[in-house]
Ligand binder design. Structure first.
Ligand code: F6R
Length: 243
């Protein structure tokens, strides 16, 4: 696991965007898995700049995303599907037929998870971006999730509902469930980058990097992956030894 500490959220984001740019340039038909949330927003802005100013070609990539609320209409502004459309897909010319997304509106969550996992097995991910929750969650894999889990439905914890309430009118509107790639589905990616910024993430980052892999800190599984780079700003790195 490589750890790259930069001064600010912006500097870390620019470096993450560079990993994406290099991946897409070296393999234009890369399979890329994206995350939502506040953390990657600057990365996506940087990728839009690469597209507009330097002609970075997204036309051949295949996309996946880590997770989606359940149940939510994909057209709902708060859905992760809408988030990706607004912040990236529409801005860089990614077409419907390139996009794979968990359907937050599917009638049967279990079948939807099977369908997605099946798609993933046919399209192995070359590069995957993660954020991290304050409790160490990755995607919607909360503490206690078995490391062998593949795509599955979860009930959100109180802390995740509270943290996500900022995107909704009120906490009551946050869906109580989600469908998410499992820890095993994430670990299957060839290369993983994780971006974390701000002091609220410092404890999760410390546990992930300094403690033995354990299911109480889902992100700690990443220590067992052969190609992971953690990009953190100084605040998120503030609890690491020597900082
Ligand atoms: C989002 C996701 C989540 C977030 C995490 C951090 O697709 O999988 O695990 O990465 O909750 O969220 P932010 O970036 O909003 O702090």
């Amino acid at each position: 696991m490589k750890v790259i500490i930069s001064k600010t959220h912006e500097e870390s984001s620019v470096k993450v965007a560079q990993s994406f740019t290099e991946q897409i340039k070296s393999k234009p038909d890369s399979v890329i898995c994206f995350a939502t949330g506040s953390t990657p927003l600057i990365v996506y802005k940087e990728l839009v700049k690469e597209y507009e100013n330097n002609g970075l070609d997204f036309s051949k990539i295949i996309t996946f995303n880590l997770d989606e609320y359940y149940r939510i209409d994909p057209r709902n502004e708060q859905s992760y599907r809408s988030f990706m459309t607004t912040n990236l897909f529409h801005k860089v010319g990614i077409e419907e037929n390139q996009i794979n997304f968990l359907d937050g509106h599917a009638d049967n969550a279990e079948l939807e998870c099977e369908r997605y996992e099946n798609k993933l097995s046919k399209n192995p991910i070359n590069l995957l971006i993660l954020g991290i929750g304050e409790n160490g969650h990755i995607a919607f894999n909360e503490p206690g999730t078995p490391f062998e889990e593949t795509t599955h439905q979860v009930q959100l914890t109180e802390s995740t509902i509270k943290a996500n309430a900022r995107f909704f009118e009120s906490e009551d509107e946050v869906p109580k469930s989600a469908i998410t790639m499992g820890i095993q589905s994430i670990m299957n990616a060839d290369k993983i980058v994780l971006l974390a910024t701000g002091d609220k993430k410092a404890e999760a980052i410390r546990q992930m990097i300094e403690e033995e892999p354990n299911e109480e800190c889902p992100a700690s599984v990443l220590r067992m992956h052969p190609d992971v780079t953690i990009f953190v700003d100084e605040m998120a790195a503030s609890k690491l030894k020597g900082n």
